[in-house]
Design a protein around this ligand. Structure first.
Ligand SMILES: NC(=O)C1=CN([C@@H]2O[C@H](COP(=O)(O)OP(=O)(O)OC[C@H]3O[C@@H](n4cnc5c(N)ncnc54)[C@H](OP(=O)(O)O)[C@@H]3O)[C@@H](O)[C@H]2O)C=CC1
Ligand SMILES: O=C(CO)COP(=O)(O)O
Length: 347
């Protein structure tokens, strides 16, 4: 039995309490400053108000002020913050985690630098820990929606980090007969592949809304258009992965994650509304309160690609879908899929 401290009680961290509890560990779930209501609800009856699942009996719940107590004697910590709380996590939480406690993060995303380099979050965590501190930072990537993990659907994810011994330790802690784990030392490859899929999931799900608009009925689905956008996404993601320096095998994590996000992720909601014809502002208004990292990652990835194009490293016409998604989000463009720009061989 080990003691695992989960920091942030969002949907994904809370879902991972299922394998952790079923493997017999002591689980301490600490809410972020914004999670008070979630923690109050869990303390009452174990029901998680945003995951909409009842967590296992026996989890110890903490508010953020009790973080140090929750870290006392911990063998490992799990970070469940979303992109929107990245600065808070770096500034307030990294200084408090002891070096002896390895960290596993579920946060998917990248930051773009001035020269167009895209840096995944685990690397940002390493850079932003207090000077002289050397935390053992690891991350989870791959297709796994929180509520389906909580429902014990088979999920296959990748744990990545620099130290294989730590990765094996995390796998021992969390692997079950339904939570399958691959280990990888290619942090950049795994994390960039799964971060990018958020931008492209928005692109693919435009087709969901476009079919509904064409048929005049919500719920009517066409798959040719979704498949075409899926294929184009994988093509662009493969190029990006190569540019960023991740191993090509990681496309399996990105493509799998794209699939699950298109069918079951929150990003599907925004792509669908945009495809139906809502403006970006109208769609965002309708989805207030929903965690939508796709907007952040699409914007950052497109900005990075533009900078790389300015430097002559890539050509923008290699990324027509990403550029279209970015123009919808950041320039108020209407949805108008650039089908002809997807051709493999230019005539
Ligand atoms: N949901 C899923 O199926 C999956 C999610 N992930 C990844 O896991 C990460 C978390 O996602 P998920 O759990 O679903 O998201 P949630 O929105 O449910 O949880 C995010 C957590 O971050 C906290 N947070 C958000 N903004 C801030 C802020 N400004 N300051 C401090 N804390 C903040 C949230 O608090 P509060 O809830 O109060 O806003 C919450 O604790 C994301 O990067 C996501 O891509 C990975 C795989 C699957
Ligand atoms: O990352 C996910 C599944 O792997 C979920 O994505 P969303 O944030 O779009 O729900």
């Amino acid at each position: 039995m080990s003691v695992i401290t989960f920091i942030c009680a969002g949907q994904m961290a809370s879902a991972i309490t299922f394998p952790a509890m079923e493997n017999g560990h002591e689980v301490r779930l600490v809410g972020s400053p914004l999670d008070r209501e979630i923690i109050d609800g869990l303390k009452k009856d174990n029901f998680h108000i945003t995951l909409k699942r009842t967590l296992h009996d026996g989890i110890k719940y903490y508010q953020i002020e009790e973080l140090e107590e929750a870290l006392e004697g911990a063998d490992a910590a799990l970070c469940g913050v979303s992109s929107f709380g990245l600065d808070w996590f770096c500034d307030e939480i990294l200084p408090v985690i002891p070096e002896s406690v390895p960290l596993l993060s579920v946060t998917k995303g990248m930051v773009d630098l001035d020269d167009g380099t895209l840096v995944p979050y685990p690397v940002i965590f390493e850079e932003r820990q207090p000077e002289g501190k050397n935390l053992d930072i690891n991350a989870i990537g791959g297709p796994c929606t929180s509520y389906e993990l909580a429902d014990h659907d088979h999920s296959h994810v990748a744990f990545c980090g620099k130290n294989m011994e730590t990765l094996k330790m995390f796998k021992d802690l969390l692997a079950t007969d339904y939570y399958h784990i691959t280990l990888s030392k290619d942090v950049v490859g795994v994390e960039c592949a799964v971060a990018m899929k958020n931008a492209y999931a928005l692109g693919v799900t435009l087709a969901v809304g476009l079919s509904e608009k064409m048929e005049g009925k919500i719920g009517i689905q066409h798959y040719n258009s979704q498949a075409a956008l899926f294929g184009q996404s994988v093509k662009e993601m493969t190029k990006l992965l190569q540019l960023i320096g991740g191993g090509p095998e990681n496309i399996v994590h990105g493509a799998g994650d794209l699939y699950v996000t298109v069918f079951g992720g929150r990003t599907r909601k925004i792509g669908t509304l945009l495809g139906r014809g809502l403006s970006f502002d109208e769609a965002m208004e309708e989805l207030q309160g929903v965690t939508l990292e796709s907007i952040v990652i699409a914007t950052r990835t497109a900005r990075a690609v533009r900078k790389l194009a300015d430097r002559g490293v890539v050509s923008l016409d290699e990324f027509p879908l990403l550029m279209h998604v970015d123009s919808i989000i950041n320039e108020g463009a209407e949805v108008n899929i650039p089908w002809d720009d997807f051709t493999m061989i230019k005539e």
